[in-house]
Structures are given as structure tokens and as C-alpha cells.
Design a binder for this molecule. Structure first.
Ligand code: PG9
Length: 674
């Protein structure tokens, strides 16, 4: 048999060499590499497009070979049009690749190995348009679109001077040009100079690129037929990148340098310590940190430093207010993530501001996915530990975005089955289709919210107990030991996931108060905008208030041990107390006097499952993402001195509530037609 034969063979000889490197080696002669003739399936044109003031803006136009009567999709970017239009698609196994630091976040081409990094050692262009352009363009490429990327004025290949997210021309923008005019002139040029096009243009872009879409909508060119601002930066003071209700997002200081220290890619900040918690803490105020980095050379930092309150600088560029002045004429799909760690304010507030004027219900649409910032342009199977039913972003782009764009851009296309509101149900793991949003809110919604009481004994319930101003829970907030927003060392590596981090990493700290309900007997659904109504006092004269609504998962999950007891935040935000009466004119708190602090929290469309608990956490620091409130009232917190940072005793009175947008577990939805 074979066994017997093998056994009968002689045993192998041991190796006799004592050196695996021969005394000489001659490499065979290399044959010169002859590249096969490459057939490109597209034309890549680089053009300079003249604006009305004579400034020329750089654009890359990617035209499929043989295109005729094709629609165009335009993105106006501050992130290097040349690289955006040449981004190889970056495969991600899980959709949760290490998130870029804030200075890089938000551009789908700017993950490791793409975009900026590629500039140093350029790879050849792919012969295939679908591989050459970013993943988010795949649906457009397959549908035969022409794709255009353009640098905004003053950045990368474009001429002119750069202002950060420039306000519309006026007192705060003396340049005579803005992104409304530049989009108009660009579209005008494109429809006259791209012979393969059908003269119809759509605009799309996320974050800064979403800002440029909204600016175009303020005075749209007649050829602009459809738009999708994705997580657009709309109000940098209220709740997008720079501040949230007046609390400064000092991590964005990196962005100031990256974006405005050079016309191309700016320099990066070397934080002194690996843990940003220590790097920021050791410098003092956000102003001191900025100055230590040389940011006083940067005009945009100086402007922000001069405008810590919501004065006319911020008000005059709040795009949700500006866009609502006229009815929308261009069908618009406002989009954002439900855990959007950068621009959580813009899309939803613009949608809500415009909605009353959308009397035919045919221009104003809203999409909110289970996504982090700009995740819509990447893979969407998961976020942190949350695994969704399929690739939510690919499905959205294929099933909702493309048909919507086709309807308005492709001649002879069918009407898309787009619901006015398309929102992911993060508790039941599926999309919901609604005719309007929010289903419930404090004022102006069909369903009023239900107050959830923060009882002094740490329980949380919808039952109003004998309300008394003398009942409170307290904690000491020490700005020298602020509560981290993500576990230390804070390196920014979890930037894309920090809004879904298990809050047990701070639960139990003496300066984090926790309330929770009993395990729910039945499912409870929240669909809309929760509002925090804190009745609170501080022994200091200024204070921040952070409120988190958390879904506490039960124990007993044998399949996914990580989720046992997981404290999943579904809505959290921060409010700077000095602005409780006026966002424009801050006012000191009266020490130890209970006052009301009321603010809207991010939107939710969630079902708390039976057995889960609802938890609320309150704290007064969220560091180092947000700069520390010194807890002593000073004219400008950017300039607070070491002695201003004082411990304070914070009291949360039991008349405090969270208005919860509770709705029936099965609200009325719009059925899909297919
Ligand atoms: N969130 C980023 C940004 C937008 C606008 C201004 C500053 C930053 C972005 O991802 O583009």
C-alpha cells in the first residue's frame, strides 16, 4: 500500500550547509517592462473656469468615453479637486476603519493611502472611471454621469483668496465673491463648455463640500436641477464644527492650521504628548493652546477668538436661516448621520427651516442614516459595535440617492419613490419612511414630548413626583480634572465612533451624575427631538452642562458579550451656561441659584427594547473636545487665566426633565411602492 511504500523509503538526510548565503549570485537579466496598451474608459479634463470677477477656478471634469446627453454631478471642494477626482477606491473590510483625526475627517478620499498621501508618490490613474473616482461616485459612474470636482477659490489649483467657509458677500465678507456666485458661474460655464452634457447639473458633497452645496442653493443657477447637502456645515456656532451652543470644540484648532496655514495642504500640529487630554490641559485655555501653536498668525483663528458669542458674525452666516428666506426651488435631499460627530446641526435644521415653505411637498427631503460624519460616502455595515443589516450606505446610494438624482437629471427617467423623510430606526435595525419629521418635539409637532424626570434619588421616570426646588443631586466639577469625552489616551483614533462609545468608562465618576429607569417592560419608541430642561445651580458664576440620553443594554447576551450592559448614547450635547438667556449676550450665573437651562438635543429614531433601561448622565466638562469652562465668569473664555479655573458644586434639581419624543411603537409610515 501507499503507507507501506512511504515507510519503506530511506529517512531524509540532514541539511549539510552552514550558510544560506552563497558566495556569489548572478541575477537573471531583467526584461524591460512593456505596459500593455491601456484603454481609458473616460476622459479627464483639467480646466480653469473664469468667474465674474476674472478669477479662475480649477476643475477636473471626468467624462465617460462616448457620453452624449449625459448629466453632470458637481462637487465644490476645499480638499483638492485633483485628488478628489483621482481617489482610488479604498476598500474597508468593516466600514469602521481607523477614523481620521478631525483635521482630515469628512472627505471620503482622505483616508490612509488616498488623496493627500498620494500626492507624494502619485500612482497612475486607473483606466476605469469607476476605480478612478471615490466609492461614493460608483452609482453615478455606472449610470453614465459626468463627474466634476472643483477647488473653491484660494485653495489648491484655484486662483483668488481664501476665506474659511466664507459668509455671503456683505459686512463679514469684503471680497466681493462667495460660493453662491462661484457655484452659479461654474454651472453656467459647465453647461456651455461640456458638449457631452445634457445641460443639467446636480450638486452633492459632505461637510465643507455640503456647505458649498447649500451656498449654491441660495441663488441657484437654472441648470442646477437637484442637490444633496450631506452633513453640511451650516451653523458653526450652534451645533456644527466650531462650537456647540457656545462651547468651543478645541480639537478643531488642528483644522484651522491644516486648512489655513497654506494654500494647499497646510501643516499639521504636533501635539506635545500622545494623550491630547494632557496636551490641552497643560496649556490652559483654548486660546493659550492656539497661541502656543502659532495660531495668532492665522486670521481665521483671530476672528473666532474675537467672536466667542453668537453675534452678527455668526448670525449672518447661519445658512439654515438664510436658506429659509425663500422657498426652495431645487429638489434637495438633506442628509446627515444620526451619530454625526462633526456636523450634527446643519441638515436637520435646514430641513426644518425650509419645510413650512415646501407647500407642494416636492422639494424638501430628509435622510438620516445610522452613520458617523460623512460615512454615507464609505461603507455602512457598522458603526463601532453596532452591526447593521447590510451595507446601509451602499443601499442608500443605490436605492434612494441615484433614483432621486436620475429623476431630475436624466432625460426620460422615471419618478423616484423618494419618501419625504427616510430615517434609520437604530433600535430595530431598518429604515423608516415618513411624510414629515420630527414625529414628536416640544413645540409644533403633532405629538408633544413626554417629560422624563431626573429624581433626586437617581431614578428616572415619567411619573412626576412631588416637585420641590429643595430636592437636588449634586457633584463637584473640577476643571483641573475634566471628564474625558473618550477613554484616555485621547489620540483621536476613535474620532469616528466616539458618539457610540460605551459610557461606562465615565459612569461612576463622582463628577458624572447618573439617573436610570427600571428595565422596560415594553418597547418604547422615541422619534424626534429630545430637549433638556435642566433646573440647576452652580457655586461658580459660569458653567457648562452636558446631557446624555443612553440606552442601557441588558445582560445575558451570549452571542455578543461586548453588548452586555453596554451604555449606548443615542443623543448627547453640551450647553454653555452663560448663554441661557441670550446667545448673543452672555450673562454670569448667580452662585447657588437654581435656573433653567434648556436646549435641544440631537434627533433620535430609536426603540428601547424590553429589558433595556433608559439612562441620563449629566456632567460639566467634556474634554479635550470641548474647552473647559473656568466656572468663573470672564469676558472671553479663550483668554481665561489659570486662577479663573475653579471647582464648583453643581446641583441638579429634581424638577429637571428631559422632554422625550415618545411615539407609538408603530407610527404611520409610507409604504415603498416596490
Ligand atoms: N467637518 C469638516 C469641516 C467642515 C466645514 C468647516 C470645517 C470643518 C469637514 O469634514 O469638512
Amino acid at each position: 500500500s501507499a503507507v507501506a511504500t512511504a515507510q519503506s523509503q530511506a529517512a531524509p538526510q540532514p541539511r549539510v550547509t552552514d550558510n544560506d548565503i552563497p558566495t556569489s549570485f548572478t541575477a537573471p537579466k531583467q526584461q524591460p517592462f512593456v505596459a500593455p496598451a491601456v484603454q481609458y474608459d473616460y476622459d479627464r479634463r483639467e480646466v480653469m473656469i473664469p468667474m465674474r470677477d476674472g478669477t479662475k477656478l480649477f476643475a477636473v471634469i471626468v467624462v465617460p468615453k462616448g457620453a452624449k446627453g449625459a448629466p453632470m454631478v458637481l462637487t465644490r471642494t476645499c480638499y483638492n479637486a485633483g485628488a478628489r477626482a483621482s481617489a482610488s477606491r479604498v476598500p474597508t473590510a468593516t466600514g469602521s476603519e481607523a477614523a481620521p483625526a478631525p483635521a482630515q475627517a469628512g472627505r471620503n478620499a482622505r483616508v490612509a493611502g488616498a488623496s493627500g498621501e498620494r500626492d507624494a508618490s502619485p500612482r497612475p490613474h486607473s483606466p476605469h472611471m469607476v476605480d478612478e473616482l471615490p466609492l461614493s461616485d460608483e452609482v453615478f459612474v455606472r449610470a453614465g454621469y459626468i463627474r466634476v470636482y472643483q477647488d473653491v477659490r484660494g485653495k489648491y489649483g484655484s486662483e483668488g483668496k481664501y476665506l474659511m467657509t466664507p459668509p455671503p458677500v456683505g459686512p463679514w465678507n469684503p471680497t466681493g465673491a462667495d460660493d453662491t456666485m462661484d457655484a452659479y458661474d461654474t454651472i453656467d460655464w459647465l453647461v456651455k463648455n461640456v458638449p457631452e452634457s445634457n445641460g443639467k447639473v446636480g450638486m452633492i458633497g459632505s461637510s465643507y463640500e455640503g456647505f458649498t452645496v447649500v451656498m449654491a442653493l441660495l441663488n441657484p443657477h437654472p441648470a442646477l436641477k437637484v442637490a444633496s447637502p450631506e452633513s453640511p456645515m451650516v451653523d458653526g456656532w450652534m451645533g456644527d464644527d466650531w462650537f456647540h451652543y457656545g462651547a468651543f470644540r478645541q480639537r478643531m484648532l488642528d483644522y484651522f492650521i491644516a486648512q489655513t496655514s497654506a494654500r494647499g495642504a497646510g501643516s499639521r500640529v504636533q501635539h506635545e504628548q500622545r494623550d491630547d487630554y494632557s496636551s490641552f490641559l497643560s496649556k490652559g485655555s483654548a486660546g493659550d493652546f492656539a497661541r502656543a501653536q502659532g495660531q495668532d498668525q492665522l486670521p481665521f483663528w483671530r476672528t473666532v477668538e474675537e467672536h466667542p458669542a453668537y453675534d452678527s458674525f455668526w448670525q449672518s452666516q447661519a445658512l439654515d436661516k438664510l436658506i429659509a428666506q425663500k422657498p426652495l426651488t431645487v429638489p434637495t435631499l438633506w442628509l446627515q448621520g444620526l451619530w454625526d460627530q462633526e456636523d450634527m446641526w446643519g441638515a436637520i435644521h435646514s430641513y426644518r427651516a425650509v419645510e413650512p415653505k415646501d407647500t407642494n411637498n416636492d422639494k424638501n427631503y430628509l435622510v438620516m442614516g445610522p452613520w458617523r460624519h460623512s460615512q454615507v460616502n464609505r461603507e455602512g455595515r457598522s458603526l463601532g459595535p453596532l452591526i447593521w443589516d447590510g451595507d446601509t450606505t451602499a443601499n442608500y446610494r443605490q436605492d434612494v440617492l441615484l433614483p432621486f438624482f436620475n429623476q431630475y437629471l436624466k432625460d426620460g427617467s422615471a419618478k423616484a419613490d423618494t419618501p419625504p423623510v427616510y430615517i434609520y430606526n437604530t433600535g430595530e435595525d431598518h429604515w423608516d419612511r415618513f411624510s414629515k419629521w420630527p414625529l414628536s418635539c416640544e413645540a409644533g409637532c403633532e405629538q408633544p414630548t413626554k417629560p422624563l424626570y431626573l429624581h433626586a434619588d437617581g431614578t428616572l421616570s415619567f411619573d412626576k413626583q412631588a416637585e420641590s426646588r429643595s430636592k437636588f443631586t449634586d457633584y463637584v466639577s473640577d476643571p483641573a480634572k475634566p471628564v474625558p469625552y473618550s477613554p484616555r489616551p485621547v489620540t483621536g483614533s476613535d474620532w469616528g465612533q466616539w458618539l457610540v462609545l460605551d459610557q461606562r468608562f465615565v459612569d461612576g465618576r463622582p463628577d458624572v451624575l447618573t439617573w436610570q429607569t427600571a428595565p422596560l417592560k415594553e418597547a418604547m419608541r422615541v422619534s424626534g427631538e429630545p430637549t433638556a430642561n435642566l433646573v440647576a445651580s452652580s457655586s461658580g458664576t459660569d458653567s457648562d452642562w452636558v446631557v446624555k440620553i443612553i440606552d442601557v443594554f441588558p445582560d445575558g447576551n451570549q452571542q455578543n458579550l461586548e453588548m452586555n450592559g453596554y451604555e449606548l448614547p443615542i443623543s448627547m450635547d453640551i450647553f454653555r451656561g452663560r448663554y441661557r438667556k441670550s446667545f448673543e449676550k452672555p450673562e454670569a450665573l448667580k452662585p447657588n441659584q437654581p435656573e433653567e437651562f434648556k436646549f435641544g438635543l440631537p434627533q433620535v429614531n430609536h426603540v428601547f427594547q424590553p429589558g433595556h433601561r433608559i439612562m441620563v448622565q449629566v456632567q460639566s466638562t467634556w474634554f479635550p473636545l470641548y474647552d473647559r469652562n473656568p466656572q468663573t465668569f470672564v469676558p472671553n473664555i479663550f483668554d481665561a487665566k489659570a486662577a479663573d479655573y475653579q471647582k464648583a458644586t453643581q446641583r441638579i434639581y429634581s424638577s429637571s426633565t428631559i422632554s422625550m419624543p415618545v411615539v407609538p411603537v408603530q407610527p404611520v409610515t409610507i409604504p415603498a411602492t416596490k
